[in-house]
Design a protein around this ligand. Sequence first.
Ligand code: IPD
Ligand code: CA
Ligand code: CA
Length: 270
Amino acid sequence: MDKHSLKELQIFLDIATEAAMAAGIVLENHFGKLEQIEEKGRSGDLVTEADKKAEKQVLEVLNRHVPNHQILAEESGLLEKSDSSYLWAIDPLDGTTNYAHGYPIFAVSIGLLIEGKPMVGVVYNPARGELFRAAKDIGATCNRRPIRVSQTTELARSLLVTGFAYDRRETNDNNYAEFCHLTHLTQGVRRSGSASCDLTDVACGRVDGYWERGLKPWDIAAGIIIVEEAGGKITAYDGTALDINSGRILASNPQIHSSLSQSLKETPSR
Ligand code: IPD
Ligand code: CA
Ligand code: CA
């Protein structure tokens, strides 16, 4: 990547940070004081006034700085613009169920895909006071300090994290079998309730790996580049290149990646 592009990415990283901080103020202000909690189509899939107001803040910042870029935002859908090679994938509040219960694991997640590849990402959790940032070839930081994935070399010594999508009651492919299988093979599997926080926990080495199904690009776009720039590996479950629209992701430090992939494959059938 040439210097001009790095400079361009730095500018986009600063724009994403400005948008995340603006949304973060909304999330902070409403935390523990929600007035409206609605269910979206599916039972358990919540939306609050904080999701909507935070998204408005992000859109305002992006429309001011990059009015021609496409936007895919969880609450507004796809906003088509003239420059289709740039797509911002936004989750204004990732971890809404946690947030609605006053459980402090949630974040605003803002990723920029250029020609389909995650290139810039910011994940901000105001309750933990953690701002994760990364851009391609620029590195990954938490609160401006460089971060790296863990050094764990064996699955048996690893701590993992995963999640269960809102359709878990409607399908047998709900990740329960994989959760049990990996729980037996590792030191533990956590479930935090925020995909973007799971990815940033991989990036800073708090957990060694993460997998999940049923995800949307806005859940993972920012976290992908943050993990990659922290030295982690991101693929599909089978170790092949990730399709961000597939809904499935496997993220870990490079040392345990292939055994994690193999163990997912060997999960006893449901
Ligand atoms: C959810 C969280 C959760 C994951 C779900 C997501 P939301 O996002 O990331 O960890 O398990 O699949 O939909 O609804 O809180 O933005
Ligand atoms: Ca989400
Ligand atoms: Ca959300």
